[in-house]
Design a protein around this ligand. Sequence first.
Ligand code: NAD
Length: 293
Amino acid sequence: KGKKQAKASTKDVKQTAVLGAGIMGGGIAYQSAVKGTPVIMKDINQDALDLGLNEAAKILGKGMQRGKVTPAVMASTLNNIVPTLEYSAIKDVDLVIEAVVENPKVKGIVLKETEQNVSDDTVICSNTSTISINQLAQSLDKPERFCGMHFFNPVHKMPLVEIIRGEKTTDATIATVVAATLKMGKTPIVVNDCPGFLVNRVLFPYFAGFSKLVMDGADFVAVDKVMEKIFGWPMGPAYLLDVVGMDTADHASSVMADGIPERMQKIDNDPVTLLYKSERLGQKNGKGFYNFS
Ligand code: NAD
């Protein structure tokens, strides 16, 4: 009582940039645009930019078919996404969300290049699923304006965003990213930097339990049926792994086993790894546990 509460000053994000126009970058750009914040979408590849824009147009097209999106919203959303191959286009943005490939070396270079092309008070985030935020922060001269901003796939449907605080991240940075997340119509939670953050910390032990059941001889279709139809979850573990992608799931479980070996172990002959090695990646290439056409 009577104590003054320190309040971190929040910067209103009026212009965003997304680096990488893939599944996640395209989805994040769409989400920012549809909620009224203009976004510059940068990639190194024109085909990727075209795919990212097409993805946004597809989501809007489906919304129009269901009568949820008006032609005016479609036009203004697409107008709000400006594709580019040049760093010079991001110089005036308030927030940069890096969503390039999950490779620490590439991300380190991209973050360094970003810092050289934006102003000193631009907030910079990474959408990494598995790389330590403290490790990525080492590529920046001003790590205090950096944190994780972890969206889930598909971005336009999944409400949660994990905001990951690095050791050097300031309260003002977190406050700005929380406000930007809310403005994008999403629900933020702030978590500390650790392997798997929060969601994957819960999800991956569940996947491991499922893998062991399958290795014990359980039928994955039967397990999915129980979890979905009877237990009542939106989908079972095999289907969810097909959505996540075997490559992503295999990589994330290795990172977690390396980072928290006392809690997570890599399973020999894990069906996820076997599917990954036989190029059954899930929905992204049309075959995983299930076949997609
Ligand atoms: P993706 O392969 O679909 O897209 C990556 C994009 O980055 C490609 O378009 C590529 O051309 C581009 N790129 C590569 N190098 C670049 C550079 N130097 N500058 C600009 N663009 C560059 O990958 P994705 O699935 O969208 O994943 C992106 C990030 O999001 C990763 O860090 C991943 O861990 C994370 N993530 C993915 C998911 C998921 O389910 N796919 C979920 C949450 C977070």
